[in-house]
Design a protein around this ligand. Structure first.
Ligand code: PPS
Length: 300
């Protein structure tokens, strides 16, 4: 167990440090879990090769991409109204339910922490990524809503410093992206699609089509169009806010709000970063972004 400290030296969130990664303290919806034993438990799960996993650094479009994949796979434009299956947080019974009914998962893990059988079976992986400035803003606003994180008095400026140095759960954005881009480079034949939040925002229909093609599904143009319409932020967030899962109460005291849906746009960082912070952030990323090899878009 490790406490992430704020700039006054006080703990603001508890994480589990293991193998170079900050796992959440509520792995599998349980407290103080032994991380190696938890990962070994995930390694016992078996997967079919038509199953899919969306991997992402937090706040990059996980829920959005999950719903799209589920609709494409099922051929029906129905949302999943429970908390989505995620290897990091879902209780075992939820993952088992997902295995029997859905076959689409999500995760914020590094490649080496993913369930071994999923990788061995070569389940399709979709890596959704988002520009780090909007990720930082979304992350900050999200964890303010969590009842187990104590950042009510923290400014965005302070949070940004923690985000940049990797003093947040799941660690540094750069390191996370590096881990997955390295995996892709070293495993060029692994079925993995990289898609950006901004690309989806810019043209959702085309993005749904791209995901469908990658999954090898022969989706009709009507299905693709219906999914794009249904997963538009306004439509999707309105549905989610009127179907708040019961288990949300375990993580947030906000009532009648689906805390995973906020503004759903590109460029909200402009309302949070000062000019100086923006310049410093750009400078710190100057040499790193080209090495990561992903097209990062900060505005549309
Ligand atoms: S999490 O907690 O890591 O799983 O969060 P994640 O789902 O990755 O990201 C949450 C952000 O995605 C936005 N979102 C959407 N944007 C556009 N269209 C749709 N349909 C959509 N659904 C979710 C959500 O609002 C969060 O971003 P912010 O910027 O905070 O609004």
């Amino acid at each position: 167990m490790k406490a992430l400290l704020n700039e006054k030296g006080e703990p603001y969130e508890k994480v589990m440090e293991h193998d170079g990664y900050y796992f959440p303290n509520n792995l599998g919806a349980q407290k103080n879990v032994n991380v190696p034993a938890f990962l070994a438990g995930l390694n016992e799960l078996n997967f079919r090769d038509d199953e899919i996993c969306v991997v992402s650094y937090p706040k990059s479009g996980t829920h959005w991409t999950f719903e799209i994949c589920n609709m494409l796979k099922s051929g029906r434009t129905e949302f999943i109204d429970t908390l989505i299956p995620i290897f990091d947080y879902s209780p075992k019974e939820m993952l088992k339910f997902a295995q029997s009914k859905i076959g689409v998962y999500t995760s914020h893990f590094y490649p080496r922490h993913m369930p071994k059988q999923l990788m061995k079976t070569r389940c399709k992986i979709i890596h959704v990524y988002r520009n780090p400035k909007d990720v930082a803003v979304s992350f900050f606003n999200f964890i303010k809503k969590l009842n187990y994180v104590d950042i009510q008095d923290m400014s965005f400026s302070e949070f940004l410093r923690h985000f940049v140095s990797g003093n947040v759960h799941c660690g540094s954005w750069v390191k996370w992206i590096e881990e997955w881009t390295t995996f892709k480079r070293e495993n060029p034949n692994y079925p993995l699609l990289e898609i950006s939040y901004e690309e989806m925002k810019n043209n959702l229909k085309e993005s749904v089509e791209r995901i469908s093609n990658f999954l090898g599904l022969d989706s009709s143009p009507k299905l693709v169009e219906d999914i794009a319409r249904k997963c538009d932020f306004d439509v999707m967030s309105a549905h989610k806010n009127s179907h708040v899962p019961e288990r949300m109460k375990n993580i947030s005291s906000l009532e009648n709000t689906h805390i995973f849906y906020r503004k759903g746009g590109v460029g909200d960082w402009k309302n949070h970063f000062t000019v100086a912070e923006n310049e410093a952030f750009d400078k710190s990323m100057e040499t790193i972004l080209p090495i990561l090899g992903l097209k990062i878009t900060h505005e549309l």
